[in-house]
Design a protein around this ligand. Structure first.
Ligand code: NDP
Length: 445
């Protein structure tokens, strides 16, 4: 990095000490912006870059709750409202013990550009807590969600800030939070949260959207080379919402996903993942990946570790940040992997991204390839505002169209700035210029 972007990066590091993931996310975007600023220097005027890396508002709060045995716990809640140039802050809530302000800031920062890529008028934000839902009863999760929402409700609203799910936050948690919000506000503001149940304002396809979109993006990348997913072997990491529906869409398109994982290890099922069994274990029983191998002859469990040693054509990291490092990337490349589409946010380390790009792998950063989730959340907001509900086919067609548009915007921006096929540059440049143009129009705010 050099010049103005380097100065901005140094300021971010100095001002946000110890927030390694946030630094990493900012660095990746700023590096991509060098050719953009060189061609359009006005984007660096009026401290626009300094403003875009500083959240508009950061809220940190205490979340006290009582467990089933009567013991009191105190967690920390976060909501980072990063940028509202394009619309209300939009981004998920993550409940995981690793959550801290740096993690939420990295996710909120990524969300600005992701949301801009969807072209749906949504700003960027993110939130969550260091609460760990694993092993907690439904009643404990409910009491936690109610306490969390009691504070969060002061800061959000259908035209202000619209949270959704992320790691550890699915339909159950969104339900408890919506119930508490409605009770506190005495108002049925369906559009205040997305990822709702279908009976109370949710959208068809929202559950599937992130995983489906990730695979659709991989298909679009392959199409630029005259290829398709059909017949390809796929490694997926994670076994949550994104991983499950990435597996489903890959199967629909004729590919064979053979791995999935959780924090206890990964499973290899060379015959192809039995998706009904996986859904039963993860969505119904809230079980662990070892439960799958116990019921599926031929599948094997590799405790610890991640599935990147398994030879495949396509890798879909769908678990968490920095889960795929430089060594894993080198192994994937050596084993013949030519496509990587990120379902998770920032799952590849900078060294991994470099290895993929050096080897000519079709590599899509999460802010482009996993944008289908937030895009469908925006479709949910649209249906809530219109008090209407679309059928599956309509919502699915919209998602497919949005993912194709995001792919084409990335391709066009990469070409415009002289690096055809570079989806990192393409996503960052296309997302940034959309937000920056509106920030300029709004003046110094
Ligand atoms: P879920 O909570 O449904 O699933 C997360 C999965 O990843 C679980 O299998 C979990 O295993 C595993 N995992 C989480 N943290 C770790 C870790 N530190 N080490 C190893 N495994 C881990 O979350 P989602 O599927 O919703 O989210 C997955 C990724 O996709 C995240 O990066 C999220 O930010 C991103 N994303 C999600 C969107 C959505 O719509 N849900 C939208 C866009 C991006 P375990 O249960 O053992 O913890």
């Amino acid at each position: 990095m050099q010049g103005v972007v380097e100065k901005v990066y140094e300021q971010v590091v100095a001002r946000n000490r110890g927030e390694a993931e946030f630094h990493q996310a900012v660095r990746e975007v700023l590096e991509s912006l060098e050719p953009v600023i060189a061609k359009h220097p006005h984007y660096a005027d009026n401290a626009l870059l300094e403003r875009i890396v500083e959240p508009e508002r950061q809220i940190i709060f205490r979340v006290p709750w009582v467990d089933d045995a009567g013991a009191v716990h105190v967690n920390r809640g976060f909501r980072v409202e990063f940028n509202s140039a394009l619309g209300p802050y939009k981004g998920g809530l993550r409940f995981h013990p690793s959550v801290n302000v740096g993690i939420i800031k990295f996710l909120g920062f990524e969300q600005i550009f992701k949301n801009a890529l969807t072209a749906q008028g949504i700003g960027g934000g993110k939130g969550g807590s260091d609460f760990d839902p694993h092993g907690r009863s439904d009643a404990e999760v409910m009491r936690f969600c109610q306490s969390f929402m009691t504070e969060l409700s002061r800061h959000i609203g259908p035209s202000t800030d619209v949270p959704a799910g992320d790691i550890g936050v699915g339909g159950r948690e969104v339900g408890y939070m919506f119930g508490q919000y409605k009770r506190l506000r005495n108002s049925y503001d369906a559009g205040v949260l997305t990822g709702k149940g279908l009976a109370w304002g949710g959208s068809l396809v929202r559950t599937e959207a992130t995983g489906y979109g990730t695979v659709l993006f991989a298909q679009s990348m392959l199409a630029t080379k005259g290829e398709a997913l059909e017949g390809k072997k796929v490694a997926v990491s994670g076994s949550g919402n994104v991983a499950i529906y990435a597996i489903e869409k890959a199967q629909q398109l004729g590919a064979t996903p053979i791995t999935f994982s959780d924090s206890s290890g990964y499973v290899v099922d060379e015959a192809g993942v039995d998706l009904d069994l996986l859904k039963q274990i993860k969505e119904v029983e809230r079980g662990r990946v070892k439960d799958y191998v116990e019921r599926r002859p031929g599948a094997r469990l590799v405790a610890e570790g991640r599935p990147w040693d398994v030879p495949v054509d396509v890798a879909l990291p769908c678990a968490t940040q920095n889960e795929l490092d430089g060594d894993a990337a080198a192994t994937l490349v050596r084993n013949g992997c030519t496509v990587v589409s990120e379902g998770a946010n920032m799952p590849s380390t900078p060294e991994a991204v470099e290895a993929f790009q050096a080897a000519g792998v079709l590599y899509a950063p999460g802010k482009a390839s996993n944008a289908g989730g937030v895009a469908t959340s925006a479709l949910e907001m649209e249906q809530n505002a219109g008090r209407t509900r679309w059928d599956f086919k309509t919502a699915d067609a919209k998602l497919t169209g949005i993912m194709a548009d995001i792919h084409d915007s990335c391709v066009a921006a990469a070409e415009e700035y002289g690096r055809p096929g570079d989806y990192v540059l393409g996503a960052n440049a296309a997302g940034f210029t959309r937000v920056a143009d509106v920030m300029i129009a709004h003046g110094i705010v």
